[in-house]
Design a protein around this ligand. Structure first.
Ligand code: HEC
Ligand code: HEC
Length: 289
């Protein structure tokens, strides 16, 4: 029940006039320093609300007097990085690829750009660092379908292999079995001959008939001794590296009705400087010639 406001004799502080069960409430003010800090934080917060994006409303939000956005911040950071590399990428676009490889500073930029491009575009098919997988050639070894020189790789990337680009690398292994050129027993024989190279058929096997069939049908694209033929994109058959699964059953199925891998052309998706950069990166993986 409210009573008169009076000074408490013990503390010298005013009472509020409230009394409960005979206990009177003292009117102790907030410490001055606390009050000032509190007011300062309110003013500070109001300032931030006004300067920066803060209050949402209906279909948008208050953008703030400074016009700041974290997205804009990131974009200008990216633009700065592009600007920084622009000169180098412009030079790379104009230079023949072999000359870039002789310029250590340009190479640094190219390999960095190439590594990022590879991870974003090539890794899904060719595996991390071009380790390869069934049907997708490893890019770090010495075995090449179309060639491992810088210009070979640049051409492969630019136009693709069996892609829709008119200048794509083309080669078509015939379907010897499906079109009746070879009979099943002839296919078995040539599979034995190639299988010995692959180590999936005992070396003691009689391969005379198979050798004859190979000489008549396969040499043009795979070479006399299975060394491959890059002009025809024919993989070597005497190497222990295989484009597909490397089994004897696969040789039979390939001669019957071949797999023909497709590599996309990148000239519609990447600019010439980026294609050169990723070609330099692929070349640096270990198999470059
Ligand atoms: C959609 C899957 C796919 C993607 C993505 C892809 N490739 Fe390929 N690439 C292939 C296939 C399949 C072949 C083998 C084609 C064949 O069988 O002749 C190949 C072949 C190649 C070759 C030729 C290798 C040789 O031995 O001559 C190179 C070099 C190559 N790719 C690099 C790249 C690079 C660099 C990228 C990224 C810019 C890339 N590939 C993206 C599927 C792909
Ligand atoms: C006109 C060219 C051509 C002829 C002729 C040809 N091939 Fe091929 N062969 C290819 C090409 C190209 C490939 C790779 C297919 C691909 O890139 O997907 C290939 C792939 C293969 C492979 C798979 C290689 C691997 O690493 O997995 C085998 C096995 C093979 N050929 C066997 C033969 C045999 C045996 C003959 C003869 C009966 C023959 N080829 C005739 C072009 C040819």
């Amino acid at each position: 029940m409210p009573t008169k406001i009076e000074k408490d004799s013990h503390t010298g502080t005013d009472t509020t006039g409230h009394v409960w069960d005979g206990i009177r409430e003292l009117n102790t003010p907030l410490p001055k320093w606390w009050l000032y800090v509190f007011i300062a934080t309110v003013i500070w917060a109001l300032g931030w609300f006004l300067l920066y994006p803060s209050i949402p409303y209906g279909s948008g939000y208050w953008h703030g007097l400074l016009g700041y956005s974290s997205r804009g911040d990131a974009m200008s950071g990216l633009a700065a990085i592009h600007e920084q590399h622009k000169d180098a990428m412009d030079k790379i676009a104009k230079m023949p690829i072999a000359d870039i490889a002789r310029d250590p500073k340009l190479m640094e930029t190219a390999i960095t750009a190439g590594r990022i491009t590879f991870a974003n575009n090539c890794q899904p098919c060719h595996g991390p660092n071009g380790a390869g997988r069934v049907g997708y050639p490893a890019l770090g070894d010495d075995v090449w379908l179309w060639g491992g020189k810088l210009t070979d790789i640049e051409t492969t990337l630019t136009h693709g292999i069996r892609s829709s680009d008119p200048d794509a690398r083309q080669s078509q292994m015939p379907a010897f079995g499906a079109d009746g050129t070879l009979k099943p027993d002839q296919i078995e024989a040539v599979a034995d001959y190639v299988g010995v190279w692959w180590g999936v058929v005992p070396a003691s096997t009689d391969t005379k008939a198979g050798a004859q069939i190979y000489a008549e049908n396969c040499v043009a694209c795979h070479g006399e001794k299975g060394e491959g033929n890059r002009d025809a994109g024919g993989p070597p058959l005497n190497a222990k590296v295989h484009l597909y699964d490397g089994s004897r059953a696969f040789i039979v199925s390939q001669v019957n009705k071949p797999q023909q891998g497709v590599m996309p052309n990148w000239n519609t998706r990447l600019d010439p400087a980026t294609i050169k950069s990723v070609a330099l990166f692929v070349h640096s993986l270990g198999g470059g010639e």
